[in-house]
Design a protein around this ligand. Sequence first.
Ligand SMILES: Cc1cc2nc3c(=O)[nH]c(=O)nc-3n(C[C@H](O)[C@H](O)[C@H](O)COP(=O)(O)O)c2cc1C
Length: 351
Amino acid sequence: MTTPLHTPLCDLLGSRYPIVQTGMGWVATPELVAAVCNAGAFGFLAAATLRPEDVGDAIAEIKQLTDRPFGVNFLMDAPGADVITESIIAHRVQAAGYNRAPSAELITRLKDAGVVCMPTCGAVKHAVKAEKLGADAIVVQGGEGGGHTGSVPSTLLVSQCADAVRVPIVAAGGFRDGRGLVAALAFGAKGVAMGTRFVLTRESPVPDATAQRYLQAGVDDVVVSTALDGMPQRMIVNELLRELESKGGVARLWLALRSALALRKTTGASIPDLLRSGLAMRRHERMSRAQMLMAANAPMLAKRAMQDGDPVGGYLPSGTVAGVIDDRPSCEELVARIVSEAEAILKDLGS
Ligand SMILES: Cc1cc2nc3c(=O)[nH]c(=O)nc-3n(C[C@H](O)[C@H](O)[C@H](O)COP(=O)(O)O)c2cc1C
């Protein structure tokens, strides 16, 4: 049946609804992705925080839990990106998500194999470039979004990008309900992508102690800081952030070194690999040397909060939207609620 909620994004991704769960390190696990897809939305596995050689197993795990299509999100400039690309192709994964430093070579390989390429961009010029490089759809994340983020609000950026490119736009940053979905469609997007909202679902692996911090946060508790890795990151204020903001350069450098060693242990990347990845990021993001050295902080400190359950000493990446979320439904309940709200609004507007 054709309804306003069946958009070209649904056809591209093979999902029932134009709702996407984004790739979030330590959070977007096989269980969450499968629950999202079984609910009629489209989930991305976060591959950046897995060993590249383990991504194939994680994909196989998702396939055990759902027969719906799903995607894999990864960093194209990180060590093992070619291994992940081959796993995506070999397992016939529906879509690949990526953001910084897109690789023309990997995009061509994915497209030749029929994988939908869906990068995330935070600026109009990046969306234009992503389309030129072959993107089939683009997630456009406004400044309200969690993690690394820009400064232009979703309300402006989404319509700017929808005017600037021809491929379907997916609005991200600040979405959580049916009102947001209808608004995104009105701004010219063909769907919404949500991170924070899916962190707070029952199938999300985030331990309760950490989830409570998100549920208790008000909109003023979600801020942008460069203290973590020198790049603007949106997160919930906590003890770690206050400490980092009061620390000098040497103490931050020490933390960065410890994070780099921990990342090496977790993803299997060697120190030269990490440096190569840092240099590629530096070229793409115009980072300073200090920022490059701090690049391992975000994933390792996020692990402490999102996997180990320490919301005091870990980093709490979050969209501003956490300030207006106060429940932890199942993915099925959440998606059904968003769809029925959106349908009711569209009906009201139509009458
Ligand atoms: C807990 C959390 C972890 C995230 N981890 C990543 C990540 O590893 N890589 C990435 O590209 N984006 C990451 N993001 C950003 C999201 O993928 C998404 O773009 C953003 O959350 C959308 O905004 P919203 O939170 O307002 O929905 C993360 C966001 C959150 C909330």
